[in-house]
Design a protein around this ligand. Sequence first.
Ligand SMILES: C[S@@+](CC[C@H](N)C(=O)[O-])C[C@H]1O[C@@H](n2cnc3c(N)ncnc32)[C@H](O)[C@@H]1O
Length: 310
Amino acid sequence: MGLAKELFECFRGQGKFSLKDAYLKYPDKPKESIRARIYENLGIRFERAAAGVYCTCSGKEGCLVLEGDGRDLSFLKDESIDCILTDHPWEDEKSNKGGNRAFSKYPCFRYTEGDFREKARVLKKGCFLAEILPEENGSNYQYLYGIKQMAEKCGFLYYTKVPWEKSGFVSNTGRKSKNTQDIMIFSKGKARALRPDRKKGDGAVMSGAKGMLPAKFQIPPVPKKERLHQSELPVSLCEQILEFVTCEGEVVLDTFAGSGSTGEACLNKGRNCILIELLKENVEKIQLRLKRKVQEEERHRKAGSTGRTI
Ligand SMILES: C[S@@+](CC[C@H](N)C(=O)[O-])C[C@H]1O[C@@H](n2cnc3c(N)ncnc32)[C@H](O)[C@@H]1O
């Protein structure tokens, strides 16, 4: 457990605590590190009560599930979201034709500039937008380029693209569809500082994601038999992305939530989330997923393990 989390757990529910209390609690840790962890987490884990006096932020991470149109974000305040991680239901009939590739059984569409304007409005400055998109092919390359252009026009900077390779095995699916999707990452303006500065040390951070992003995410897809949703993302993929672009306690938005893998990943990693899904049948799948998680944690708790309760 990191020092910030330890401090949070230690003073959670205690009301106010001073820096001196924190130093006494961790006599073997350098005072500067303790201070740095508290300052870094102001508004996330800790709140400032007075000079040198802090309290822990109340409330645990939670998940808000909304049945509705994820393209209508009018209910969200400007700059209220720390990250958008979403799996866009793109429309591409050409790529899906042929073989045993199945058409999507859910509504699909193509993004417009208005979608990116709204994402930019609700996202905080410097925060990340991660879009899960199809890998480029002959029928979608213009659309994918269009996404970058629309995003840029609305104030996003293209940060990077990391492929999600679903398995080492490449089936013979022709030119149009392979075993890969792309995670396209943008920042709203200059990326915020999450990257530890190894040279300066002592909690100093530089602009950019929390660590060096991998050349690719190699994670097997959810086995068909276990899938709740036709296009279900592995929870571990969402968890890995979240770890690079968010901090604990922050608020993540998934506008096209499907069966809610982003939500489960957020709860596993101590993030709050807002999930929006259009279809009632999928909202029920999200509820099923979250109920399953609560039951699992309850079992752990009863068995005396240290699992978190929600
Ligand atoms: C690619 S799937 C997401 C799958 C999800 N990542 C998962 O792991 O289960 C896209 C989802 O967006 C939903 N959807 C389509 N249009 C939508 C809209 N306008 N607002 C909200 N959800 C929408 C679809 O019903 C579908 O469940």
